[in-house]
Ligand binder design. Structure first.
Ligand code: NAP
Ligand code: MG
Length: 499
């Protein structure tokens, strides 16, 4: 990026008209670059460009749109190391994560939607009323306004952009102000791949100014948001003013239920990986382990041992297991939860402190004995912190798992198929893993229930989110008076029924 041109509007880099802010690498505390934020006028220009592009993009055949999306994936695949290095620099996540998870996951998602663009689904055309034929048209909505979080900047941008444009919409995306780089690079790849100007626009700025300008813009047809539950609620309130469609992927507090028949080594390894992935800054991260009494000490002992061995430090070093959190402020917020849990009598079995490093680092942390109703168990900490509590029977385990306001993801660990089926039925979440926790695939839907929001990312269901279904009914009964007219006025009934 040069000349402060951090906006990407109508196929061109552009300087935002707002204040200039300094972007910081959270692992070093050093500045990355200066960013000129987008104003409401910049958002308006992006929405206008998207609106103009919609007129032709929405009319292309699915096959042609699919070719454009494949071209984007091909262009991006030429720059894998550039994307990975930038993702690590702006987030502090390890280069192993960026290289093995974020970038390939994003590429797979683009390729999935390039294929899915050609797979519109709906009811079969047919004669559902005498003398008529009905069919559906699955239609794009228009300009989609999308707002994304900082934890997986590239993947979240891709999850928002791809289903929307695959379905024939155009988009204005606002990445988090903390992590705008890889969304910009994606827009640049799209321009190089020949995506028509205005189909994908990126505006960089704060939630309050740039984000709200998107949500409140009269020409935005739908707002697709991934972020915290508090901001999601606020956005839903604003969108209600113009009855805009909203799609909300919000916070999570995933339970991790370990039954007494589970493979404890597998569960312990799974818990460590699933609670510390991305520094625990993952909406589906394992956050609350509920463990059967008889295996609690074995499980928590093993988790603590494995956490103690994790290497926390320089995210650019391929041997590092966990990099920094997103900012020093956020790290201090995470540390605050752990300190308060300690003060209220909980025990920290691993971590629970900041290592002596420059930057926003925190150790993987296991807390036992924090009460079910305490903030450490109820609130989204969004850091590498796992709490563990005991249960003594299956009913209790499931009721504890369901006892938060969230419902995004959950896992159950057992070798009993009946228990696995009961857990997948009774746990309130958009995703339940059995004997695993974290993996998602582009082919399957992702999204929550309860305060975790609604709407699906990924899969064919995400395409549906970004379309409306129109019913077209053709009456091919040539008689001027149709059968149902007689219900409205007698004139249309046969003479014998007109008395
Ligand atoms: P956040 O604070 O809610 O921010 C998310 C996005 O919303 C950012 O781009 C932010 O802009 C913007 N925003 C803030 N206030 C706004 C407003 N008044 N109007 C419009 N936009 C506004 O969330 P975060 O801290 O970035 O991300 C962490 C959260 O995301 C966690 O709660 C996590 O669970 C959730 N998440 C959920 C999923 C899922 O699939 N369900 C996936 C990933 C993350 P700024 O640039 O100013 O921050
Ligand atoms: Mg924020």
């Amino acid at each position: 990026m040069t000349n402060l041109e951090h906006q990407y509007v109508n196929g061109q880099p552009k300087r935002g008209g707002g204040k200039v802010h300094t972007l910081v690498n959270p692992a070093t505390g050093l500045p990355i670059e200066e960013i000129a934020y987008a104003t409401a006028d910049d958002v308006d220009a992006a929405v206008q460009a998207a609106g103009k592009a919609f007129l032709s993009w929405s009319r292309l055949t699915p096959a042609t749109r699919s070719e454009h999306l494949h071209a984007l994936a091909n262009q991006m695949s030429l720059k894998v190391p550039v994307f990975a290095a930038l993702e690590t620099k702006q987030t502090g996540k390890t280069i192993r994560m960026s290289t093995e998870f974020d970038v390939p996951g994003s590429l797979d998602n683009i390729r999935f939607f390039a294929g899915a663009a050609r797979n519109r689904q709906g009811l079969a055309a047919g004669q559902y009323m005498d003398g008529t034929t009905s069919m559906t048209r699955r239609e794009a909505l228009g300009v989609i306004g999308s707002i994304a979080p900082w934890n997986y900047p590239l993947q979240m941008a891709v999850w928002k952009i791809l289903p929307a444009i695959a379905a024939g919409n155009t988009i204005v995306l606002k990445p988090s102000e903390l992590t705008p780089g890889t969304a910009w690079l994606l827009a640049d790849c799209a321009a190089a791949a020949g995506l028509p100007d205005g189909v994908l626009n990126v505006v960089v700025g704060s939630g309050r100014e740039t984000g709200e300008a998107i949500v409140n813009h009269k020409s935005v047809a739908m707002v697709s948001f991934t972020g915290s539950t508090a901001v999601g609620r606020h956005i839903m309130g604003m969108a209600s003013q113009s009855a805009k469609r909203v799609h909300l992927e919000l916070g999570g507090k995933a339970p991790f239920v370990v039954f007494d028949d589970a493979d404890i080594e597998a569960a312990a390894r799974g818990a460590v990986a699933a609670s510390t992935i991305n520094g625990g800054q993952d909406c589906t991260a394992a956050t609350r382990a509920y463990v059967h009494d008889s295996v609690f000490d074995h499980f928590t002992g093993r988790v603590a041992e494995l956490m103690d061995r994790m290497i926390v430090g320089d995210p650019t070093d391929p041997s590092t297991d966990m990099g920094s959190l997103i900012s020093v402020n956020h790290r201090d917020r995470v540390a605050g939860f752990v300190d308060r849990a300690r003060q209220t009598g909980a025990t920290v079995l691993s971590g629970g402190y900041k290592p002596e490093l420059e930057g926003a680092f925190y150790r993987p942390t296991l807390i036992v004995g924090a009460p079910q109703n305490s903030e450490a168990v109820q609130d989204e900490i969004f850091g590498p912190v796992l709490t563990a509590l005991r249960f003594s029977n299956d009913t209790e385990a499931i009721s504890l798992a369901n006892d938060t306001e969230y419902g995004l993801a959950a896992s159950a660990w057992t070798s009993d198929v009946d228990r696995a089926m009961r857990a997948s039925d009774e746990i309130e979440a958009g995703c339940v893993w059995i004997n695993d926790h974290i993996p998602l695939v582009s082919d399957m839907p992702h999204g929550g229930v309860k305060a975790s929001g609604f709407g699906k990312d990924m899969s064919i269901y995400a395409l549906e989110e970004y379309t409306s279904v129109k019913h077209v009914m053709i009456n091919h009964d040539k008689r001027p008076s149709k059968a149902w007219h007689g219900t409205v006025f007698k004139e249309n009934r046969p003479p014998s029924e007109r008395q």
